[in-house]
Design a protein around this ligand. Structure first.
Ligand SMILES: NC(=O)C1=CN([C@@H]2O[C@H](COP(=O)(O)OP(=O)(O)OC[C@H]3O[C@@H](n4cnc5c(N)ncnc54)[C@H](OP(=O)(O)O)[C@@H]3O)[C@@H](O)[C@H]2O)[C@@H](O)CC1
Ligand SMILES: [K+]
Length: 502
């Protein structure tokens, strides 16, 4: 699913108005109808709503929602913050349509705000939407501070007021901290990025029937991974298949005290449907692997504690995953340099393999094209240097993927896959329970297992991050987020495959 910028959303709006056709006022009515439908599912008419409206169409949405809620028997209070001279026409018309019975407070100074919102009420934030052109100041900033100190949950309409949809919001700006954001048609980029995403709270996308032709014809490099797409990628198993059909992968890693990482990667690769797995570990790992992962074949290095060489012949593997628990011994670095200089099957690089690539120019120069790299933000920073903000980080991601013709899975709450073609895919599964040691090793295993089965690099990344997060969600449902540990992820991977193919 494409993610649109604020200006593309405005164009989608205009295209829909012209081609459906529908009046702008009726489109706003449809948006307000979708909002009220959602609110009515969640809150009974005993819950009062306090609606804070700004001067533009976001404020117009709030006014239309106030009227519809009132018609449905809800108690509604409206607060108008329209210091601006630029009131939108749809705002003005919805103000005229507001029933007399709804109390309206005109807020010009902070003294016009109530002392506090009544207990048990809900605040609706329709101060500013995607038309925000500068940080909020004066009475608008004061209203945001007021909303943020209320115990009443704040539901933001379209986007938390004060947050820029697709540009960095300056530090110290006044931004509404929403409990919930009800956004129209497509999520905003700001919801997916670490510095701004938390403002949106739990966000829900409400379709409002923007014209499908516009959505199809508009290009955007930003995409959201949605269940329908993931389902379309999954390949069912054929009756006359055998283990050779599902690929042979090599996983390379482990060092003294870090054998768990490579063991978990191995479990995950097999649970991802891989046919055959060989794991290469330092000598100390032999008994560990043969005991903990009897499904895998084990190759050992002469060195007891870390790897000093990789197999000479890689032709029998369809994918090689390198890094979990590898360590950064010089001998391992030299072995990686030698590996990069031979023709390799597709590679998945994680953890210390990435740290070695970050510090070794030779490794970077010879990074085999179409490799998959799976850094967390700190590892990514080691590869590219620091980013000034989240949008700059996406720019660095794009440049890195283009320069090295690789796929980068930048891990986070909404893991982002960068591609050599300059596209970005944001994941929608996963939860904070997964912020625990070893979950990255599991992801490496899943990606290696999928790639070895013949999924393309992009397909493997999309399926891998989505299923990894889905397994985390299913594990959290059963075990709770707090107690979730990395091995739960591969235990629930089968259930995740089942759910994704429903
Ligand atoms: N597109 C869709 O699909 C649909 C969109 N809909 C809704 O429309 C919303 C977008 O509406 P919008 O464009 O009128 O923008 P909105 O944010 O309400 O305000 C802009 C006004 O605020 C002003 N202003 C800006 N920054 C300011 C500041 N810091 N301090 C003070 N003033 C500031 C700015 O004036 P400026 O000074 O920049 O000229 C302008 O007057 C969208 O989020 C959604 O809720 C739905 O109704 C239907 C379908
Ligand atoms: K808003």
């Amino acid at each position: 699913m494409k993610i649109l910028s604020a200006s593309q959303t405005r164009s989608a709006d205009a295209y829909t108005i012209a081609h459906e056709p529908i009046t702008s006022l009726d489109l706003m009515e449809r948006a307000a109808g979708a909002l009220v439908h959602w609110l009515k599912q969640k809150y009974t008419a005993q819950i009062p709503f306090h609606i804070f409206c700004g001067p533009g169409n976001n404020g117009g949405d709030g006014l239309a929602a106030a009227r519809l809620l009132h018609q449905d028997g809800y108690d509604v209070w409206v607060y108008l913050l329209e210091a601006s001279q630029n009131k939108s026409s749809d705002f003005t018309q919805n103000l005229e349509r507001l029933p007399q019975a709804i109390p309206v407070v005109r807020v010009q100074t902070e003294e016009d705000l109530p002392a506090a919102l009544p207990k048990g009420s809900i605040a609706l934030d329709s101060l500013f939407g995607s038309g925000l052109s500068r940080p909020l100041e004066g009475i608008y900033a004061q209203a945001v501070a007021f909303l943020n100190r209320q115990p009443a949950p704040v539901i933001s309409i379209d986007i938390p007021s004060g947050l820029f949809a697709d540009a960095p919001t300056p530090a110290q700006s006044a931004v509404v901290q929403a409990a919930v954001t009800l956004t129209f048609e497509r999520p905003k980029m700001a919801f997916l990025l670490p510095a701004s995403g938390a403002y949106a709270g739990e966000w829900h996308v409400l379709p409002i029937g923007l014209h499908p032709t516009f959505l199809e014809q508009t290009d955007s490099p930003y995409h959201l991974l949605v269940p329908q797409h993931i389902k379309s990628l999954l390949r069912p198993r054929q009756k006359f298949s055998h283990k050779g059909t599902f690929g042979h992968a090599l996983l390379v890693g482990g060092s003294y005290g870090k054998m768990g990482a490579i063991t978990m990667s191995g479990h995950a690769a097999l649970r991802a449907g891989l046919g055959l797995l060989t794991v290469q570990v330092p000598h100390i790992g032999y008994t560990i692997l043969q005991t903990a992962l009897p499904e895998a074949m084990v190759l050992t290095d002469d060195h007891a504690h870390h790897l000093t060489r990789f197999p000479e012949d890689l032709t029998k593997y369809q994918c090689v995953g390198i890094g979990p628990g590898l360590g950064q011994a010089e001998a391992s670095q030299l072995a990686l340099e030698r590996l990069f200089q031979q023709v390799t099957p597709p590679l998945v690089l994680d953890a210390d393999a990435l740290n070695l690539v970050a510090t070794d120019r030779l490794l970077r120069q010879h990074l085999p094209p179409h490799s998959i790299l799976t850094p967390h933000p700190k590892e990514f920073e080691r590869l590219t240097g620091p980013a000034t903000d989240d949008f700059h980080r996406l720019q660095l991601l794009k440049e890195f993927c283009a320069q090295y013709q690789c796929y980068v899975v930048l891990k986070g709450a909404h893991t982002c896959i960068g591609t050599p073609a300059g596209e970005f895919y944001f994941n929608t599964t996963g939860n904070p329970g997964m912020a625990t040691g070893g979950t990255g090793d599991v992801l490496t295993g899943i990606l290696t297992g999928l790639r070895a089965q013949g999924y393309s690099a992009l397909e493997a990344c999309q399926l891998g991050v989505y299923l990894h997060g889905l397994a985390g969600n299913l594990a959290a449902q059963a075990e709770g987020q707090i107690s979730l540990i990395a091995s739960d992820l591969y235990k629930y991977l089968g259930a995740a495959f089942r759910k994704a193919s429903e």
